[in-house]
Ligand binder design. Sequence first.
Ligand SMILES: Nc1nc2c(ncn2[C@@H]2O[C@H](COP(=O)(O)OP(=O)(O)OP(=O)(O)O)[C@@H](O)[C@H]2O)c(=O)[nH]1
Ligand SMILES: [Mg+2]
Length: 460
Amino acid sequence: MHKNPIAAIATPGGAGGVGIVRVSGPDLIGLAKTFLGSEPKPRFAHYLVLKDAHQEQIDQVLLLYFKAPASFTGEDVLELHCHGGARVTQLVLNRVMELGAPEGIVLAGPGEFSLRAYLNGKIDLVQAEAIADLINAQTDAAIRGANLSLQGRFSDQINELIDQITQLRILVESTLDFPEEEIEFIEAANAQQRLEKIMNDLEQIIQTSRQGKILRDGIRLALVGSPNVGKSSLLNALVGEERAIVTPIAGTTRDRIIENISIDGIPVHVIDTAGIRESNDVVEQIGVAQTWDEIARADIVLLIHDVTQAPEANFVDIEKAVRERVHPGAHILDVMNKLDLLEGQKEGHTKIGLGVKQIFISAKTGEGISRLQETILRFAGWEGNAGGGIYTARSRHLRAIGLAKDHLQKAMMHGFGGNRALELFAEELHCAQNCLGEITGKLLPDDLLGKIFSEFCIGK
Ligand SMILES: Nc1nc2c(ncn2[C@@H]2O[C@H](COP(=O)(O)OP(=O)(O)OP(=O)(O)O)[C@@H](O)[C@H]2O)c(=O)[nH]1
Ligand SMILES: [Mg+2]
């Protein structure tokens, strides 16, 4: 199916000690011989001086040959390790393309090496995605989670569930041919208990995957409020560094500022925004428009107030507008800032805002910040990773698991509800099985495959 060899620079652009050009193809012995002048030895670091078409030296290179199927992609793989300059690696790649031309070598698309590994059965889809997650992970906890997925922890659970469903299907489908015995048959085989167990196991997987998605995607946290309430000060307090400009002038922040931090191992993308107010300043207007965009994208909106100030006249309107703008499932938290200026009168402070939860903090002294951090994680649905067993998961997985759950519920109804309909029972089991099969890629429409791998980086 994949005849043409592919090649790409596998290391990131820029200067580094070593750069790697990677090639994968069904048979690369010929190409390796062109470089070496002799047979390549698998898994051996061959030294060579790589020259261009005019016999001018490009670089000293180590060439590694991985013989199919014992390679990442399952095909023959060549790696050329050269010096890690952006131009040098490009020249090495150019030379690989020239020498590989007779064999029809082409530049690899994003994720194409992983795609071949998947198509050749070296890894399943969850594992391929876990590689991308590992590369993109920003916290140690996210790395541990990606490694668990890569080791197959998630896939094993899905496959185990598919097995259980398959066995139940076999049982039910064999019964379909003997309608007169169907009831005794089903009861004798504990079909209902078996389906209940499957649904319980699925529920466990749903819980863990929800956590795994938070671990992978992190939390998008928008800091929103009127000018001067201390949004930028809070960003700085959360990051632990002076990232955003803070002044007593209302309207200081105009461009949104995004900082990636970790709270207890969870990646949190904190966005400081322009304070919401009517303004004649064009730049500020654009900033405020961006604020509304960020509100729509956030998982959690921190609606920040200055405790020393009475709420503004249009305040309730703003809160309502925020509530209308956030996506379903997002949370809004009222944060009362500048607590240090209140000197212990916080209990007597009149409540403002529609939010159910108010947290008092001082961005200046740091008071209340750790409680705010805990609350952010709790609102995002993070339950902690005490045993360290949370594997990374994606929305794609959660969607598929959710659909499988719907089908199992229908199966339960058709099998053991008022009107028993065993054909439909079997059919729903089949559908549930297909949904789960999409997760590991056992059953997958081709267009979805292209979409998944196009999000990978080149050279992976
Ligand atoms: N005492 C005290 N002052 C604070 C606190 N947080 C912020 N401030 C002060 O409030 C003023 C405004 O702070 P910023 O962080 O710039 O406020 P902002 O919400 O980002 O303002 P804009 O960018 O203009 O929308 C500055 O003078 C800060 O020093 C706090 O917790 N306590
Ligand atoms: Mg600001």
